[in-house]
Design a protein around this ligand. Structure first.
Ligand SMILES: [Ca+2]
Length: 169
């Protein structure tokens, strides 16, 4: 899905009611057609990340931005999966670095384990995308608190609850 016209066609097909917006449920089934299985909450998180007008659905422009992120994730995945269709944790770590996230070991292994749905030590593309969506939205949220760009935030209990509920997938 590289070019805008192809994306537009895809978007219009998914937007079966021709509302100009696609819902989380529509997006979830469209991904499933492409063999990517996401939970509804992951798809809702994707929408929240790029829902610039906060109406809870995706316009084409919003979808276009989401797709850019997904392409970056997919490219990092493809460069390391060597035709097997999955990444082992060390490769997932490397792929995350390519995307621009360098986590320390405790953070990485915790997040990796929670997105390894089959607990097999193998992350398929949909697992890896879900993981990246989580890390990206956590980063956005972190940045919104880290206003002085110190790479460190102080949260009171209410803010902590706000953060964990926002990042729960
Ligand atoms: Ca929207």
């Amino acid at each position: 899905m590289e070019n805008r016209a192809i994306l537009r066609e895809w978007f219009d097909r998914v937007d079966s009611q021709k509302t100009g917006n696609i819902t989380a449920a529509q997006l979830k089934s469209a991904f499933a057609v492409g063999n990517l299985q996401f939970s509804l909450s992951v798809v809702q998180q994707m929408i929240r990340m790029y829902d610039f007008d906060s109406n809870g659905t995706m316009s084409f422009e919003e979808f276009f931005e989401l797709n850019k992120f997904l392409l970056k994730v997919q490219q990092a995945f493809s460069s390391l999966e060597r035709g097997r269709g999955f990444l082992v944790p060390d490769e997932a770590y490397e792929a995350l670095v390519k995307i621009g996230f360098s986590l320390d070991s405790p953070a990485f292994y915790t997040v990796c384990e929670s997105f390894d749905q089959t607990k097999s030590g193998k992350l398929r593309l949909d697992d890896f995308i879900s993981l990246c969506i989580f890390v990206q939205s956590a980063r956005n949220l972190f940045n919104s608190f880290d206003t002085s760009k110190q790479g460190r935030v102080t949260l009171d209990f209410n803010q902590f609850i706000y953060c964990t509920s926002n990042c729960r997938i």
